[in-house]
Structure formats: C-alpha cells, structure tokens
Design a protein around this ligand. Sequence first.
Ligand SMILES: Cc1ncc(COP(=O)(O)O)c(C=O)c1O
Length: 392
Amino acid sequence: MSDNLARQFLLRDDVVFLNHGSFGACPRPVFEAYQGWQLELERQPVAFLGSKLLVERQKATRVDLAAELGTSADNVVGLTNATLGLNIVAQSLDLKEGDEILTTDHEYSALEKTWAYVARRTGAKIVVVKIPMPLLTEAQFTDTLIAAMTDRTRVLFLSHITSPSALVFPIERSVAEARRRGIWSVIDGAHAPGHIRLDLDKLGADFYSGNCHKWMMAPKGSAFLYVRPELQVLINPLVISHGWTADNKDPGVVGPFGNSPFVDSIEMQGTRDPSAWFAVSDALKFRNDNDWWNIADHCRQLAQDTAARLREMTGLAPLSAPEFCAPQMVAMPVPAIEDPLAIHDQLLADYGIEIPVFNWQAHSIVRLSVQGYNSKPQMDILLGALKTVLKL
Ligand SMILES: Cc1ncc(COP(=O)(O)O)c(C=O)c1O
C-alpha cells in the first residue's frame, strides 16, 4: 500500500486501476521471470519443449502450488484458466436424463453456459437455488442448499468466491453433506487462490478449479484443476494427445510421462507455451518474499473502509455480513443505474478509474477490488467521482 509497491506493477499510472478481480495484475519481477521462460523457449525450443526437462519443470510448479493449496502435487494439474478446468469436469461426469445439477443464483455466466450445454447434451436438469440476501449467517446459505438436495441431485456446483456479488460462500458444510449423499461437489474457485487461504484436502471437495492469474498474481493463462485422488479416474481430457493412455482407468497405471494418467492426460496436450504455468512458482516466491498475506490484510481493511464510506453516501445496505464479503473485493450497491456501461465509461474517461459497474438481480453494483498497488488517495478519487457521476 505504498508508491513503492505500486512501482512493482506494470499498470499504467494514468489509470486508477480498481478491477484486479477480472484478470489480475502481474508484478514486475514475476512478469520478468515469465518473459525469461519465454525467451529460453524461443532460443532452444527443442531443449525446452521436447525433453524430460519440460515434464520435470511442470511437476516442480505442481509441487510448489500444491503446497500452497494444501494438497499433494499428484492431485493438481496446470491449465490455462478455471473455465477450462471446470469444463473438463462438467464434460467428464456421467450424467443422464433426470439427474439434477444443483447450483446458486450467484454463478459466473460462462459456467452457467457450461452447465446449460451439459444439461442439453445429457438431459440433466439444472436446479438454481436462490441464496437468501443479504447473506447474514452460514446456516442461511447451507440450509437453503441442503433443503434443495434430492435423490436425483448428482452435482453440487458452487463458486467459492462469487463474481457478481463478491461473496465468500461458506461452502464447507454443503460440500460435506454432498459427500455424505454421494453428490459430486464441483467448486469454482476462480477468485480464491491467493485471496483466501485454501486447504483443499481439508475442504474435501471432489473437484476444484482456481485461477493463479487473478489474486495469486501469476501471468495470465495460469490456473489449476484439483481432483480428489479417488475420482481422478472419472476425468476425461477435452483434448486427446500424447499424455493420454488407453489404460487410464486401470488402477495403478502410470501415464506416458510418469505421472498419474489424470495429470499426464491434461498436462501433455500438443504444443503450447508453459511459461505462465512455470511463473506460478515465481509468483508464489514474490508473495512470500513480500509477506503478501499481510499486504492483503491492509487491502481488506481499505476495501471495507471504502465500502463503509460509500454506504454513508448511499444509505444502501451491504449484500452480506462482513465475514462473507470477499477480503479484497466488495460489490458495493449504488442507487439504480439505467445504463451501467455508460457510467463505467464516464468514470474511465473523466477520472481515469477502471472499475466494473453493472446491474445484477435487483441491484446496481460498483465492484471494488483492492490490491497492494492501490492506495487511500485512490479510494478518495473513486468516492469523489461516484458522488458526482451518480449524483449522491
Ligand atoms: C466466479 C468466476 N468463475 C470463473 C471465472 C472464469 O475465469 P477464467 O476466465 O480465468 O476462466 C471468473 C472470471 O472472472 C469468475 O469470476
């Protein structure tokens, strides 16, 4: 939360960047490490991509990331984004007509489409539960979901941190109940890694996909898919390539590159640039060297203070109790806006502020993200701009 920290990022200094949530931002040392990997690839592609070194390096990142996520390296595999990870799961599960996919009304639109596609192909039905708002207690959330579980429920699909409402869903009890009933839990953790502390083995979800390019601050195109060991045999990659083996369902079989068939079949798919994935290790080192969880805590405070100041101006209630608000991202309700895109464009053109403004359910929302490069004076600029633009 200082100029010094802001200088570690490559963001334009004529933009007040308050939208870390959409695509993240990569610190300069991590970006340089990323470019270093790319340069090494370009200078000797065969040594980089065509040898055992690739397999070893991919594994090294899995080891580093798995330690951060509270699981083991064999349970995670690198891929380009959470959408891909969740598509692999959604399209692997054996669903049929009459099966139910239970989910909430806070999910990310791209994944709503994924499940709609799966439902259309399999005849399964999507059951959308309305989460009580404002979300004030864990029981409100969990009891609503459990009440909607039936004998036909095969999948429970939940965001860990939601996109439109920026809530941390308290998913633990629902995941445990799903397991007890033999329902597959599929968790969209796009916003979670580097934002909240994760312990995937303890959480016990069956499938979990998260992005490293958002809050972990790795380069764009770095993400992972976690699958509980017992269920890895269920996974079919979307692309069949060198890493696949026909015996992938047999117990004890090792993949063609020496990892589990699950890891090999997803990690080894044609020619691609693994630099963003390798740089996940560099991002973890950067975070560690800079005590980033501590910085994140200052960001949380600044985000909460800013939301409270805006509330004083609007008189509008928050979407949840503080414990369910994403630490570094707040969906701040504002008076009804007819054309949110026009407000977004005006904030950018007149004040240099990049921040998402949208209508969701009955709310008009300005979604504030606060990362280590942001500052209190930027929050003052935002509040001043909203006062004028929204006539508060
Ligand atoms: C909740 C949620 N899920 C999934 C995604 C998709 O992330 P990606 O585009 O990196 O796959 C996003 C992106 O913002 C998101 O907010």
